[in-house]
Write a protein that binds this ligand. Structure first.
Ligand code: GLA
Length: 436
């Protein structure tokens, strides 16, 4: 009898603690309103750009008709400023009646009819960051149920207007409440962003158990300076962040601003390459109705998306910072393949960077190298010197195959040495390789 009781107690603990929604085994992809459309609620004067059901329907049309959905961009996510300033008579959150006349449930149906998913925004606190009604500890269950009743597929749970104690209670409680609805709802937690993003305050093991993704850092904006400062923070703290990521649990460096106003084509390729190496969620915040074909080509690059979506789910890292201003990033992929990014911080001219795969710690062998942006393919031995020409604030990005033996082997006794990629910590989290 005691054994049975212990078993059930353990099972119950597991059921209540693990975010066992089976979602987001690879980083989620889609579109998110905030960076591009902010809190524009002036539908009278700016009907095309205001936060309204029409905006989300327009984006859904583009995602489903312009080839995005097939590539994996399936989430259409509402951010702040969607709700009415008042809860309804039953105390439930409700959409602004003028801007969302059909309500959120109808919008969710619109997405589902097109093979898309709807995300919504809430806030652990008295108000959202934009001043709309928030979710306090006493309304968590009700709000989770409301989102589930509307058939919403994802929740971004922000953290304005709450203190550390409330957040420590609220974020796990919302996870449990979402699980308890029985509807799989992807859960994005902004909690670490409100704790400074780093230990000792952030417990990434706990986050991995309760959230599918989490914002660690400040908001991205539409400028290269902003994109670079976000990327720098993530790579500077990679020893803490990379082990936290894995299938179903991702660090979120925030939205892609490719297709907006602030980035050149080279910088757009850089953001895409770095986000792919980081195994970051790919949420575009741009206007898909008017996006340039250049930006679209970058965002729709299949090999790049394949790297981002690699099923191994290991977050890549910076492996070299050269005096020349060149940095090299690396991400191990499934089946012994990998991705390499050569990035230039220079501001003068394309830099001819010379290296060899052996210098980047690749094991001996022959490799197939695909240039992700030019589409060119090359065979390269680990020891063969190569030169990549990297534009100022631009990248060269490679997909590198698993190594084949240098020379044909006459006997099959020895196994090929794969790249010595990962170590695991006691919790079986992937750790960056020891050679760094
Ligand atoms: C915070 C978040 C942003 C956005 C705004 C909305 O700043 O970090 O991503 O959701 O709130 O007000």
């Amino acid at each position: 009898m005691r054994v049975v009781v212990v078993f059930f107690t353990l099972a119950l603990c597991a059921a209540t603690w693990a975010l066992d929604n089976g979602l987001m085994r690879t980083p989620p992809m889609g579109w998110l309103a905030w960076e591009r459309f902010r809190c524009d609620i002036d539908c009278d004067n700016d009907p095309k750009n205001c936060i309204s059901e029409q905006l989300f329907m327009d984006m859904a049309d583009r995602l489903s008709e312009d080839g995005w959905r097939e590539l994996g961009y399936v989430y259409v996510n509402i951010d702040d400023c969607w709700s009415s300033m008042k809860r309804d008579a039953q105390g439930r959150l409700q959409a602004d009646p003028k801007r969302f006349p059909g309500g959120i449930a109808k919008l969710a149906r619109y997405m589902h009819d097109r093979g898309l998913k709807l995300g919504i925004y809430g806030d652990m606190g008295t108000h959202t960051c934009g001043g709309y009604p928030g979710t306090t500890l006493d309304t968590i269950t009700l709000d989770a149920q409301t989102f589930a009743d509307w058939e919403v597929d994802m929740l971004k749970f922000d953290g304005c207007y709450s203190n550390a104690t409330e957040q420590a209670q609220g974020y796990p409680s919302m996870s449990k409440a979402l699980n308890a609805t029985g509807r799989p709802i992807g859960y994005s937690c902004s909690w670490p962003a409100y704790q400074g993003g780093l230990p000792p305050k952030v417990n990434y093991t706990e986050l991995g158990q309760i959230c599918n993704l989490w914002r660690n850092y400040g908001d991205i904006e539409d400028s290269w300076g902003s994109v670079l400062s976000v990327a720098d923070w993530f790579f500077e703290n990679q020893d803490i962040l990379a082990p936290a990521a894995g299938p179903g649990r991702w660090n979120d460096p925030d939205m892609l601003v490719i297709g907006d106003f602030g980035l050149s084509m080279d910088q757009s390729r850089s953001q895409m390459a770095m986000w792919a190496v980081m195994a970051a969620p790919l949420f575009m915040s741009n206007d898909l109705r008017t996006i340039s074909s250049g930006a679209r080509t970058i965002l729709q690059n299949k090999m790049l998306i394949g790297i981002n979506q690699d099923p191994l789910g290991v977050q890549g890292i910076r492996i070299l910072k050269e005096k020349s201003g060149i940095e090299v990033f690396w991400r191990p992929l499934s089946a012994g393949a990998s991705a390499l990014v050569f990035f230039s911080r220079r501001t003068d001219m394309p830099y001819r960077y010379q290296s060899a795969l052996s210098k980047l710690n690749y094991t001996s062998g022959r490799y197939q190298v695909h240039d992700v942006f030019s589409g060119k393919t090359d065979a390269l031995k680990d020891s063969t010197p190569f030169v990549v020409s990297v534009n100022p604030s631009g990248v060269v990005m490679w997909h590198v195959s698993a190594p084949a033996a240098d020379k044909p082997r006459l006997h099959t006794g020895g196994k090929l040495r794969g790249p010595a990629y990962y170590r695991h910590d006691d919790n079986n989290n992937d750790l960056p390789p020891a050679f760094l």
